[in-house]
Design a protein around this ligand. Structure first.
Ligand SMILES: *Cc1c(COP(=O)(O)O)cnc(C)c1O
Length: 553
């Protein structure tokens, strides 16, 4: 006996299999599993604090501020972009706007992202599959020949492709769009930020039959907020948008997306993307040495595609270790997609393939600090001398903080958006506080470090900086400046900066400076501080030892 609902439902809905997503595939894992299965960004969104927003009001259907921010991010005009509830929702929107049930078709190149097929099945649209070539390469001419004359309205090209990682040359996409001028070519750029392939967003905004899909889920760590977009010409976007629900975006998601796209956080997002890419490029050759793995494909995503020897044995080992991954046997025998996580998560994943890493844990930190006066993002790595990019809005201070990192021997990415229209005071002070906090976080328990540092005269100006990274703040400053400013930088802030460093880093810092030229004297203070810091934070002998006879810092 079928139920009333089953008798009345559309046949497509009854035949639909559950979403092919990790939540459905990995139900047996507990909440503490290491999640390397869903291509999420391992870093939590920047910033903190609960979102205080008026959820008693309906959101703007297409929030102007967010449309402008995303349009700027992707380099297109605002009327060429519609924001959707994730890129998934954009796929569904296109299917419902363009494909008539039982009549029209979509084209895909398998193995690829399964949502295209899912939403086509739901809509009752046929799926024409023109599989990728032997090496998962996309062949434009083969695709054009396979799609032509098949009633295809939408042709999906995923670049970089999920799960294989292969990137499709933009010239090949444009060739397809030119050749199939009655078909809308949809390029899914969900992972583009992790690749070296240029975006087709600007091309899509100007062409009759090209759409680009974007998402904040992967590169911007907002998978839980569900924010994506479709980009195309204004007419196409206006028509496709008609099928969206009246208020597609929850206010909390709009706020989360606006916060993530705050320009002051841009440098930190870039740094995180670079970290994920460098972890990917570090892991690929390591995994290739494992006898348990037949092949490793390192493409342009935040994941690797492996072909493993004994998928059942790997699955049980990964389950034992509590590590979630995606098995992709339809893509290749033994196919497994491994998302790049944090260094600790990646080390756990490597151990599942018999590769055990040893060594010190990473001494990195990123810190975001926001007040009504300043918005600051800092990323540092104490064990890497690069990159160094400092932007405080005060060029002289940029130069000073760069000196600290250069002489301290650590990487520093610092971006500050402050109330310089008032004066430099807040920006200078808050950058020092945020950098001090980042140093303190990166030092963690302060095991293994030298703890003490000192530095001595430089040129005709003499600066002496003594430091004890003891965990206890104290600062002393001896020195006078005759000029009130160096550029936009107020000289009276120097003493203040070192007090802020001492407080937020948890260190005793003694500075003494003499000389004639205020520029030289100031620069000498910052350089000497960097040198002192270099000695104090450097590993010194036993990496586990606490540099105190008390056994605690
Ligand atoms: C993850 C993913 C998406 C979906 O992203 P959301 O914005 O989270 O819906 C789209 N396309 C591909 C290829 C993906 O892997």
């Amino acid at each position: 006996m079928s139920t009333l609902a089953a008798r009345l439902a559309r046949p497509e809905v009854l035949q639909l299999s559950p979403f092919d997503i990790s939540a459905n595939a990995n139900v047996e894992f507990g909440p503490n599993a290491i999640k390397l299965d869903a291509n999420e960004n391992p870093f939590a969104p920047l910033g903190d604090g609960p979102l205080a927003v008026n959820v008693n009001r309906y959101p703007e259907p297409q929030p102007r501020g967010l449309v402008a921010a995303m349009a700027a991010l992707y380099g297109v005009d605002s009327d060429r972009l519609v924001i959707t509830r994730g890129a998934d929702d954009a796929i569904d929107m296109l299917l419902r706007a363009f494909c008539r049930p039982q009549v029209d078709a979509i084209a895909i190149s398998s193995p690829t992202f399964t949502a295209y097929q899912h939403f086509a099945n739901l809509q009752g649209a046929r799926v024409v599959d023109v599989p990728l070539g032997p090496n998962f390469d996309f062949g434009a001419e083969r695709f054009i020949a396979g799609v032509r004359g098949q009633g295809v309205k939408l042709a999906f090209i995923c670049s970089p492709n999920n799960p294989t990682g292969n990137e499709v040359d933009p010239a090949a996409v444009l060739r397809v769009a030119d050749a199939l001028d009655e078909v809308i070519v949809v390029v899914d750029e969900a992972y583009l930020e992790f690749s070296s392939t240029p975006s087709l967003a600007i091309a899509a905004s100007a062409r009759p039959n090209l759409v680009v899909l974007k998402t904040l889920s992967k590169a911007y760590g907002l998978a839980g907020a569900r924010v994506g977009a479709a980009i195309g010409n204004a007419d196409l976007i206006a028509i496709a948008s008609r099928v969206l629900p009246p208020y597609p975006l929850p206010t909390l998601s709009i706020e989360a997306a606006l916060a993530a796209l705050n320009p002051a956080r841009r440098a930190l997002h870039e740094e995180r993307i670079n970290r994920i890419k460098s972890e990917r490029d570090r892991l690929a050759p390591l995994l290739a040495t494992s006898p348990l793995i037949r092949s490793v494909r390192n493409g342009g995503g935040n994941f690797l595609f492996l072909e493993v020897e004994d998928p059942e044995a790997r699955a049980s080992e990964l389950r034992r270790l509590g590590i979630r991954v995606r098995f992709r046997p339809q893509a290749a025998p033994g196919g497994l997609r491994l998302t790049i996580g944090t260094e600790a998560e990646n080390a756990a994943a490597l151990s599942a393939f018999g590769i055990n890493e040893r060594g010190n844990c990473a001494r990195k930190a990123d810190v975001v600090r926001e007040t009504k006066e300043t918005s600051i993002a800092v990323a540092i790595d104490l064990d890497s001398p690069s990159p160094r990019r400092v932007h405080t809005g005060i060029p002289f201070y940029d130069h000073m903080l760069d000196q600290v990192a250069a002489h301290g021997g650590f990487s520093l990415v610092l971006e500050c958006d402050g109330d310089l229209e008032i004066d430099a005071h807040h920006s200078v002070e808050d950058c020092a506080i945020t950098l001090g906090t980042a140093l303190s976080n990166a030092l963690g328990e302060r095991r293994g470090i030298g703890r003490f540092g000192f530095a001595l005269p430089m040129d005709e100006a003499e600066a002496q900086v003594l430091i004890d990274v003891s965990g206890r703040p104290f600062s002393r400053f001896e020195g006078q400046f005759s000029a009130s400013h160096i550029g936009d930088y107020p000289t009276e802030m120097t003493e203040h900066v070192f007090r802020s460093f001492a407080d937020s880093l948890g260190a005793a810092i003694h500075v003494r400076v003499e000389g004639d030229n205020d520029h030289h004297k100031t620069e000498a203070c910052f350089k000497a501080f960097g040198r002192a810091l270099r000695q104090a934070i450097r590993f010194d002998g036993d990496a586990q030892a606490l540099p105190s006879t008390k056994g605690v810092l």
